[in-house]
Ligand binder design. Structure first.
Ligand code: GRF
Length: 209
């Protein structure tokens, strides 16, 4: 059977991308990484893709800036690339743009995101800082399907991470990141095994076939 083909959208250092690459190489994700796309020319995620012989594509948002709806025009370009690489599952990994309905409708329930909080707490930017400022004792990370509301889609898997005395945004982010690198590959493999069933806004994980 053909392997599921994955496309990753990333804007930055790409440590979650690396976790996916490592899991594929280790055989814990039985899929193929077809392409990595970035909106940032210098994103280290692109370098990671190159090092592993994975197609890396920089799509310049400025190239569509003069279009009537630049965000949608940009997502149409992304879709063209994903289609040309026959991507089935799209992973956002530190992707700092809001995905428009163009992409969401092209990939229904086939776009995942990782977020550094226990959603629905602390959506949006600087989730770790939000958690520290609120004074929560436990935060974490969430893998969810992407829908039109930012960080609102059905939750696939979460990991809880304690906040400890003296934590800074950096120390807390690092502790959360280690868990991100575990749960993202897990969610992807569940998808690959066809084990994710969406019921309303809940994701059920079915038994391994
Ligand atoms: C992670 O904390 C992720 O949860 C958030 O952005 C960060 C990306 O880190 N969406 P990296 O680029 O995967 O290292």
């Amino acid at each position: 059977m053909d392997k599921v083909r994955i496309g990753v959208l990333a804007s930055g250092r790409g440590s979650n991308l690396q976790a996916i690459i490592d899991a594929i190489n280790a055989g814990t994700i039985t899929a193929q990484l077809a392409v990595v796309i970035s909106n940032k020319v210098n994103a280290y995620a692109l370098e990671r893709a190159r090092r592993h012989g994975i197609a890396d594509i920089f799509l310049d948002p400025a190239s569509v800036a003069d279009q009537p709806n630049p965000r949608e025009a940009y997502d149409r370009k992304i879709f063209e690339v994903l289609k040309s690489y026959q991507v089935e599952l799209v992973l956002l990994a530190g992707y700092m743009r809001i995905v428009t309905p163009i992409l969401i409708q092209a990939y229904p329930w086939r776009i995942m995101n990782i977020h550094p909080s226990l959603l629905p707490a602390f959506p949006g930017l600087q989730a770790q800082k939000q958690a520290l400022d609120w004074g929560v004792k436990i935060t974490g990370c969430t893998v969810h399907f992407v829908t039109e509301g930012v960080d609102e889609g059905p939750i696939i898997v979460q990991a809880a991470v304690p906040v400890v005395e003296g934590d800074t945004v950096e120390t807390l982010s690092e502790r959360i990141l280690a868990h991100e690198h575990q749960i993202y590959p897990l969610a992807v493999q569940w998808y690959v095994e066809g084990r994710l069933r969406i019921e309303g806004r809940c994701v059920r994980i079915t038994q391994k076939p």
